[in-house]
Design a protein around this ligand. Sequence first.
Ligand code: C2E
Ligand code: CA
Ligand code: CA
Length: 707
Amino acid sequence: MGFYGGFTMKVKILVADDSASDRLIIENMLSEYSILTACDGAEALSTLAEDDGINLLILDLNMPNVNGFQVLEALGRDERHRKLRTVILTNYNELDNEIKGLKLGAVDYIRKPINMESLKARIDVHAALLRAEHALEQKLGEQMLSFDVIFDQAPIGIAISHSSDPQRSDGSISEINSMFEQITGRTREELINSGWANITHPDDVEEDIENFKKLQAGEIKSYSMEKRYVKPDGSIVWVYMTVAALKPIGENILNHICLIQDISERKRLENERRYISEHDRLTGLKNREYLETLLVNDARQKNTLKRALISVNLSTVQLLTAKYGFLYTQGLVRKAAEVLRQHSTDTCLLFQAHENRFVFYRVGYKDINELADFCDSITETLESTFVTDRIGGGIGVLEIKQSDNDIEIDSLLRRLLIASERSINRLERYFTTCFYDEEMEALVNREIDIKDALSAIAAGEPGNELFLQYQPILDLRTDCIVGFEALARLKTEKLGPVSPLEFIPIAEKTMLIIPIGEKVIINAFHFLNKLKASGYDELDISINISIIQLLKPGFTSRLFELINEMLINPKNIVIEVTESVFDSNYAYINNLIMKLREAGIHIAIDDFGTGYSSLARQKELKIDCVKIDKYFINKLLDTAPNEAITGDIISLSHRLGHFTIAEGVERESQLQYLKEHDCDMIQGYLLSKPLDETDALEYLRKHNTDC
Ligand code: C2E
Ligand code: CA
Ligand code: CA
């Protein structure tokens, strides 16, 4: 601090803040100054009254008792504090307060949470200004100090000028120190010869000039801003700048002083932080926030180029995560990002809107055919990339109409999501494309209604209904009903009855299947107890359990808890799972199934023969029963009996020690075939549709007369 050694003036700062930790941060950061502290406005005012050597006040606006505004008002009334510079501390969301504080006489503001480098840069500049003013006063009075010595050792860029024209200097800068040269990368001569507006970044000039005019008009005494200078090589430097009016020396010669501090490093950090907030961390692609900003800007500009959003969803990523773990799916997402990036151009930008959702924003395309071709090439890329991974997805396309410029970005993105989700639901190909239309929106609204009804049911709210129907299962050897399959039914206030084919996938997607599934189990157990009370204690209840339920930690312990509480014999329970359940964590699932079987619960493979199943696979599965899918039962109607493979499924299952249930038996001819091929049990409309509890009991009474 050799420079200041020449000064007698010590800068004394009072920090008024009710937060002890903020006071500490500020004290530490500004340790080179003489610091006093106050923990509220009243203490600040009394300290200021006692000590007239305080030059700078750092003032928190939000304090108990006497707050910052009241302090500013009191200071404004008191002539003694005319020279005190006050910097206020505000919160990020308090722009109003900032303005109010500045109007009350504060010279600058610093936002909380306090950025330490920013705080230091600002206070250093204000301190330098105080010292310069002080030195100038001394010079005026005593003609003792040489500016050249003072300024050339200052750690802050300082220029004193009486030029009134930002565009032209006319040689009117009277003092420039070497730090000012260093920061701006320009020599004294260059600085003296060019107006400052000419070396200021074009984006910052306007604000600077506006402030400068106010200063000249005497409306303000000083202003501070962050701005960029353009160096001779075209690079830019960020500075924190304070410009203050000076008392004229003699014939109106000096009129303002400009102090600058290099803050490029902090700006770089800020940009880095912004980069992080605008990009996806995993893939480095620009994120949804960024896309939204871009869409808002483009909507405002009302340009006439055709614009479209193309959303690429990797479906089932969540399910895959449940099955194979997070790292596996992260790898998939990264791979997808990589190959999609190759389709991105200047007029077709790629974003990652969500962990498993990518969006292309295409501007200036010719027509809808061009979009369709684009989607085809995306499909090709993805399908060849994921040939070995069981991953599919949907591509949704939304053309942005001129009339859409006024609608909220949120609803625009929602429409896009609708189109892409809709495309996923068409399973005929791995990736399918779907263009948005309004009918779709109705479908999605229906899905939302269903989800809401399920949530309400899960929360135990009245209004919507979840109940079970029971479909009888007949043993072909004894001709007795040996059990029922419990099938969930939903009736919502708004939509009436909703098929499980529709609401179960929604429940799975939203994880509501966990509470809903538990209600199903409890209802089914109640029915088992009713059967027992009616004397049927040998009958089984089959319950459909989804993979999401199985993978939920604690599933078995909760099930055993319910079995104990409700006095259920585990031997009367059949759990139906689809074969794909075993694709996930095979060891984990097998272990879980073993635990259930050890407790006496039976396990059935549902919908056998569909999906990815294979006959060979059955060997590995530790199960009791195979439910042959309706597909193979239907086949019996249009295939010659000796060509149908349904019989092979039955005999193979038997060889592996599994019994068989044929599902969806509707005709006598099917029953005949199944009997001939030794199928153990059947279920289907031929016997009965799923029945309400009382009807099921009634059916049983009629049917099981001789059992
Ligand atoms: P699923 O387990 O394969 O159930 C058999 C479905 O076939 C039932 O449809 C049943 O009503 C129907 N069905 C029975 N016999 C015949 C027939 O002869 N002809 C025809 N055309 N259909 C017949 P539902 O009740 O609509 O259930 C559909 C699917 O919803 C079930 O298929 C099951 O996967 C799922 N589901 C139902 N309840 C639950 C539940 O509580 N939990 C879970 N996770 N899934 C359930
Ligand atoms: Ca089933
Ligand atoms: Ca089935």
